[in-house]
Design a binder for this molecule. Structure first.
Ligand SMILES: [Zn+2]
Ligand SMILES: [Zn+2]
Length: 263
């Protein structure tokens, strides 16, 4: 299983990255590659095309419905509907919070969700209930943000030994909460947002993590590797990294667009 950073800019697209989108890929026992998108924020459909044909993505999983995590679903709808090869005939599973279909209809300027259903099989997350996509299993865990939000645990075959199962957890957007500890517990890789900065935004609660808070979660949950992401363009990645480094001593990275992490 591998994680491709399609877009990692926090809250809005930055000069070097689209907004939030991550592609998880793994092969099944026949060698077929399965692809799951975690979020599809503004701009992300562009760089996604360097990695995979967007029309062939097997499922889309949304953490929450803020624009920086869902805006390019409108573009994915266009690709699937109007590609020269003809429209995709099987709707792609789209997992998200309550209101996902209405949000996509709104992006498309539609009055209702009937057109959405032609290209997307929208399914509402049930907390803790696993969803299977080929060799991958996704488990949504409610987290803390100003609107309904989920982190997602993804379990699949290890790259070096497909018989071994590995797990990554993606926080989506969240502050510290009980759900976040459940989400992160013992994972091989924690892809954690760290949009806030200590001394600047840390007094605001219920919205985002700082680098330090992300590091504390990683240490508490004994995660094997921490990748910080969702930094707005005005943040200094070195500062965020140092915040986490002070409290977490495992392998640590700040995500950049195009990064690939093999698990
Ligand atoms: Zn966000
Ligand atoms: Zn958000």
């Amino acid at each position: 299983m591998r994680l491709v950073v399609v877009g990692c800019a926090g809250s809005f697209a930055g000069p070097d990255s689209a907004a939030s989108s991550y592609l998880v890929q793994a092969e099944d026992e026949t060698g077929r590659t399965w692809s799951v998108l975690l979020d599809l924020g503004n701009g992300a459909l562009g760089p996604l095309q360097r990695v995979v044909d967007p029309a062939t993505v097997d499922a889309v999983a949304l953490s929450h419905l803020h624009a920086d995590h869902v805006a390019d679903l409108a573009g994915l709808d266009v690709v699937r509907r109007y590609r020269p090869a003809g429209p995709c005939t099987t709707p792609v599973p789209l997992h998200g919070p309550e209101g996902t279909a209405a949000r996509l209809a709104q992006l498309n300027g539609d009055e209702d969700t009937s057109a959405v259903a032609e290209q997307f099989d929208v399914r509402t997350w049930q907390p803790g209930v696993a969803v299977r996509v080929g060799p991958l299993e996704l488990v949504p865990v409610p987290v803390e943000h100003p609107l309904p939000a989920f982190g997602v645990r993804v379990t699949g075959p290890a790259e070096d030994d497909p018989a071994r199962r590995v797990t990554l957890a993606y926080t989506g957007d969240t502050d510290e909460c009980g759900g976040l500890d459940v989400l992160a517990a013992g994972v091989d890789l924690l892809l954690s947002e760290a949009a806030f900065v200590e001394g600047r935004d840390d007094a605001v609660r219920g919205v985002h993590l700082t680098g330090r808070r992300a590091g504390e979660v990683a240490a508490r949950a004994a995660v094997r590797r921490l990748v910080l992401t969702h930094l707005p363009a005005w943040n200094d990645p070195a500062v965020t990294r140092a915040e986490a480094r002070a409290v977490y001593d495992g392998p640590l990275d700040v995500a950049r667009a195009g990064d690939v992490f093999a698990l």
